[in-house]
Design a protein around this ligand. Structure first.
Ligand code: URA
Length: 443
């Protein structure tokens, strides 16, 4: 059956619902190259403004899931549990969670993304490690999952090609933050992974695609119900993204922060507490889901204790090095700290007071402007640039104290980053408490 793309877009623009057949046709023709980017961009913008019903979102997820091959991980005799974040600034938890959970005989078949809009991408960060190969074929991916339980790869050509194409187009057409588009993008990829369980980190706040808890909750509910409908155990955790997660924002420097986390283990004062708490709350959910798949019940506090003991043992860091090495990465370079850009500038407090707010989305764009992210789909990334935060919302500052360091590759770009950061970090005399990190759990 064939439809007229202009007519379908016009109907969506005017608030009508499209049938599963119409959605399936539009996405399939776009993936095959019959519908051009400009028509798809118009449709995405219509969806952005008009939304989609549950049935439309389910149809969109289904056509994207079946646009390519679906993994078959049945031969891997371990619970297969993954985690996915809706994206944020400095969000590096995946890189820590994969080796940590793999130490519990859980396979984490993580297929991660590249930067999208103002948010960083796990794959871009990992590619800061010299030699790291994110594009493993399916046989090698399965081999790593079966042996070491950990592999962190990018979405190959075969898996959800519709999402791969749409993801790039959304990134450069201002259509990322639409609930049905995020649900279908994330859930099609996760369902194609043949997982038993999934933990979703749904972010809200200035650095998230969902700015309010209400929107994040709607997104979380939509994803949990799509996952359950497909017969998977899915848990969503709503977490704060009103400021960067952890000290580092960039690529190489975020990897260095993950290495420090895995090396130093729990309760080390050098590890950012919010990064630690967010990672552990997701790890607890993943471990509980993994044990459930093994027919065992685990209480959250016992899960946390086991995870902390595991971090203290140092095994997760060894597992990370093993995974990186098996994916072609230079572990000597990784272990000695990846180099960061040489031009350094520091934003200092102009007056005493409390950090009241940060525009985390603007902070993400500062990193994009430094060269650490993309403005066009074809842009390459400078892994060495980034930011290093010393202070966060709720902290009291004396005049002249350091807030954030900039690592750039030119004086001009560094100066412009300094000016932009000055505008987006608000310091005022009124006391402000740090935002609550984990807001709610949705099952
Ligand atoms: N992550 C994804 O994979 N897709 C989105 O749309 C947003 C975040």
């Amino acid at each position: 059956m064939s439809f007229n793309p202009v007519e379908l877009t016009t109907r969506k623009r005017d608030g009508e619902k499209l049938s599963a057949e119409e959605i399936s046709w539009f996405i399939t023709e776009y993936t095959n190259g019959t519908i051009p980017d400009y028509q798809m961009s118009a449709m995405l913008m219509a969806i952005y403004f008009q939304g989609m019903s549950t049935a439309e979102t389910a149809a969109m997820t289904d056509v994207m899931l079946h646009s390519g091959s679906v993994l078959n991980l049945r031969d891997i005799d371990k619970p297969k549990i993954d985690k996915h974040s809706t994206g944020g600034i400095g969000d590096k938890t995946s890189i820590i969670l994969v080796p940590l959970l793999a130490c519990f005989d859980i396979a984490v078949p993580m297929i991660a993304g590249r930067g999208l809009g103002h948010t960083g991408g796990t794959i871009d960060k990992l590619e800061a490690i010299p030699g790291f190969q994110a594009e493993l074929g399916e046989p090698r991916f399965k081999e790593l999952l079966g042996t070491i339980g950990a592999a962190l790869i990018s979405q190959g050509k075969g898996l959800c090609p519709a999402d791969k194409k749409l993801y790039g187009l959304r990134d450069v057409s201002g259509t990322v933050p639409a609930i049905p588009l995020i649900v279908s993008s994330i859930m099609s990829k996760k369902l194609a992974e043949d997982i038993d369980g999934l933990v979703l980190d749904v972010k809200f706040g200035s650095g998230a695609f969902m700015k309010t808890v209400k929107e994040a909750k709607a997104l979380a509910k939509a994803m949990v119900s799509t996952g359950k409908h497909a017969g998977r155990h899915v848990v969503a955790v709503l977490t704060d993204m009103s400021q960067p997660l952890g000290r580092a924002v960039g690529n190489a420097n975020e990897i260095n922060e993950c290495v420090e986390f895995l090396r130093r283990g729990p309760q080390d004062p050098a590890i950012d507490k919010r990064l630690y708490d967010c990672t552990m709350s997701l790890a607890v959910e993943m471990l509980i889901l993994g044990r459930r798949q093994m027919g065992k019940r685990l209480k959250p506090k016992d899960a946390k204790k086991e995870l902390e003991e595991m971090l203290l043992s140092g095994r997760p860091y060894s597992k990370f090095l093993e995974m990186v090495s098996l994916q072609g990465g230079d572990t000597v370079a990784l272990d000695s700290g990846l180099p960061v850009a040489k031009v350094k500038k520091t934003l200092k407090a102009k007056k005493a007071g409390y950090i009241r707010a940060m525009d985390a989305q603007a902070i993400g764009m500062v990193v994009v402007d430094l060269g650490g992210g993309r403005k066009a789909a074809s842009d390459s990334i400078d892994h060495s640039v980034g930011l290093e935060f010393e202070r966060f919302i709720g902290d009291h500052l004396q005049k002249g104290e350091d807030i954030v360091k900039i690592y750039a590759n030119s004086e001009t770009v560094a100066r412009s980053a300094l000016e932009q950061l000055q505008e987006v970090i608000v310091v005022s005399p009124q006391k402000k408490s740090a935002p609550k990190l984990v807001r709610e759990r949705i099952v």
